[in-house]
Design a protein around this ligand. Structure first.
Ligand SMILES: Nc1ncnc2c1ncn2[C@@H]1O[C@H](COP(=O)(O)OP(=O)(O)O)[C@@H](O)[C@H]1O
Ligand SMILES: O=P(O)(O)OC[C@H]1O[C@](O)(COP(=O)(O)O)[C@@H](O)[C@@H]1O
Length: 299
């Protein structure tokens, strides 16, 4: 079974506007709402790839209820811990000439709620896959992902971690099966700006030396680089298409790669990840089955 964990689910409120003037009243041309947060996005795209997963994490208030209802309508299994106070966040994604994001903080998560999540995770079994993705609300310590992996370390669970900075660095000693920072996040982790493949490979290999089994570095329109468990490097470009929305492209790549590795080798997983990432970039919402299949054919 595949499980995703989203500590900070969100409603992604996507607003399209011709021109955006800071400090003025702007009117949008069109709006859309999606149920998001990184782990949830991974569950949604996995379903398009015929892989059923269970979405875990925390929800709160009326927005949390909307997220759960929306996922149920999509046929996605969920088992969220319900927080007693606050609301799940709304993340605003403004699409004008450029993409601007304003992501909410999210509700406070207390120890009792964290322990409820731990109890659910304790039921995972050998052979399961666990995907931890996204930021955590400010109320939680930055070693929370680490604590989860430590708790599960005695089981044979394939873990995928898509997070940034300390949240990611702290888990490397537990040898996650896959991590997927983008090239900017990779640079940030080491306090450097990475400008070419050689530099990206050098720092990706550092993450591998620090414990990650497979290191996948996504680079938006420049494709992706994988350093696989044997230390071999794979480089993939991107699919061709007109970019509509890059929110969730990284999560789609994680879903595609995870599905690919359950069905084939690393080359195939990288291609399926690339097709899924591209299918999201070329769609208004997240990648859909037909588009992923069409793009996969071109790789
Ligand atoms: N502009 C684009 N054109 C084609 N493919 C894209 C584009 N943006 C993203 N992708 C695909 O999605 C993958 C993940 O995107 P990226 O933006 O790097 O992730 P993140 O959202 O985590 O920053 C890329 O490696 C690529 O395959
Ligand atoms: O574009 P990405 O990296 O795939 O992630 C998109 C998702 O992440 C979010 O931007 C939230 O990110 P964080 O959890 O890191 O705050 C969601 O609003 C969105 O659904």
């Amino acid at each position: 079974m595949v499980y995703t964990v989203t500590f900070n689910p969100a409603i992604d409120y996507v607003v399209h506007t011709g021109e955006m003037k800071l400090g003025s009243t702007n009117r949008s041309d069109r709006e859309e709402m999606y149920f998001g947060g990184k782990g949830i996005n991974v569950s949604i795209v996995l379903r398009e790839l015929d892989i059923q997963s269970k979405a875990l994490g925390f929800t709160a208030g009326f927005t949390g209820e909307a997220i759960e209802n929306g996922l149920a309508e999509m046929g996605i299994d969920t088992d969220f811990v319900h927080l007693k106070k606050g609301n799940s966040r709304i993340n605003v994604k403004i699409k004008s000439a450029e993409e601007t994001e304003l992501n909410g903080q999210g509700p406070d998560i207390d120890d009792e709620a964290v322990n409820k999540l731990f109890a659910k995770l304790d039921k995972l079994q050998d052979g399961d896959t666990l995907i931890l993705a996204g930021s955590i609300p400010a109320s939680l310590p930055s070693d929370i992902y680490e604590k989860i992996l430590e708790r599960l370390a005695h089981k044979n669970i394939r873990t995928v971690v898509d997070a940034t900075k300390d949240l990611l660095l702290n888990v490397l000693k537990y040898k996650p099966f896959l991590i997927k920072p983008n090239n900017h996040e990779l640079g940030e982790m080491f306090g450097v700006t990475l400008t070419n493949d050689e530099e990206i490979e050098k720092y990706a290999r550092k993450l591998k030396e620090m414990g990650a089994v497979n290191v996948l570095i996504s680079m938006a329109g420049d494709g992706a680089m994988l350093i696989d468990e044997n230390g071999e490097i794979h480089r993939c470009g991107v699919c061709n298409g007109k970019v509509k929305n890059s929110v969730g492209a990284g999560d789609s790549m994680v879903a595609g790669f995870t599905a690919g590795i359950l069905q084939g080798d690393y080359e195939y997983a990288l291609k399926l990840g690339t097709a899924a990432g591209g299918a999201t970039a070329f769609s208004d919402g997240l990648a859909q089955k037909e588009k992923i299949a069409e793009l996969l054919e071109t790789l």
